[in-house]
Ligand binder design. Structure first.
Ligand SMILES: [Zn+2]
Length: 284
């Protein structure tokens, strides 16, 4: 089955009270890890790549790999641009066959964020491509929320409603206390805020910074409208640690397929636990 518009998968999940894992990939083995688990778990899945990852593997190459592997395994999937920053990122992605784009103008003043996002929604919707935007700012490696008052950077529910109405985005990434990368401190999520946003918007929501979130937080977020959970660091961490460990244990091994194959298995364990936690197994 070809890639489907992401919003179709999100709407199903939102209605069904579960969420989809959105896994970042940038090479063949990472793609295989996600797709193989999705097939084994009978779960729909979102495969995503940031502009840097598409740049690394090739803007046409990476989507080509994802589509071949997913179609070979008969997996239901959407192909999504993670953290696109510009109009060009969005257009290049649409041209490369992605079925969803995130446009993250959250660092811009609100008016500019709305204007930019709106422009992309117009083009994307014309060709059936889903749009995710971000309002508020999600902390992490490139942006340390702790240096400032965290509240000021969280998504404001009323503002979110206006934003969605004015831009026409299909789904929104919310800032409720999660962060990208590894948590350097215990995450404390603002569930009241999430609940309000969900009631006001009534559309599937996205949570970034899924790595290291406690299971009960993830489940609670899903019960409050989160239909997509982004996972990038956790799978890379599993992959790299296994790669290093295997290589140092068998320094004489020069069969890259063996080394990468083991690393892939390690990433598969992460993907599987996320998919099961989100409740998306046996949904296709
Ligand atoms: Zn993110």
């Amino acid at each position: 089955m070809p890639a489907v518009p992401m919003i179709e998968l999100l709407n199903e999940a939102y209605k069904g009270g579960y969420a989809l894992g959105a896994f970042n990939v940038n090479n063949l083995e990472m793609v295989q890890a996600v797709i193989e688990v999705a097939e084994e778990e009978r779960s729909p899945v979102i495969i995503q790549a940031a502009p840097s990852e598409l740049e690394y593997a090739g803007w046409n190459v990476l989507p080509g790999i994802v589509k071949s592997v997913a179609e070979d395994h008969g997996v239901t999937f959407a192909l999504h641009l993670d953290h696109g920053r510009t109009f060009d990122d969005a257009i290049r992605s649409i041209r490369s066959g992605l079925t969803s784009v995130m446009i993250d103008c959250s660092t811009l003043p609100l008016r500019d964020n709305i204007a930019q996002t709106r422009e992309i929604v117009k083009v994307a919707h014309a060709v059936g491509v889903t749009v995710e935007a971000e309002l508020g700012r999600i902390g992490g490696e490139e942006f340390d929320i702790r240096n400032s008052s965290p509240d000021a950077f969280m998504t404001d529910p009323e503002e979110a409603r206006n934003f969605v109405e004015e831009t026409g985005v299909d789904t929104l990434a919310v800032a409720i206390g999660t962060a990208h990368g590894l948590y350097k401190y215990e995450p404390r999520l603002d569930f009241d805020r999430l609940d309000k946003i969900n009631r006001l918007l009534g559309i599937p929501l996205v949570l970034h910074g899924g790595t290291g979130l406690p299971e009960q937080d993830i489940k609670r977020a899903v019960s409050l409208g989160v239909a997509k959970l982004n996972i990038s660091t956790a799978s890379r961490e599993a992959f790299i640690r296994n790669f290093v460990e295997f290589s140092s244990r068998y320094p004489e091994n020069l069969d890259l397929m063996k080394t990468m194959g083991h690393a892939k298995e390690s990433m598969k364990r992460v993907v599987r636990s996320v998919i099961r936690m989100l409740g998306s197994s046996n949904r296709v």
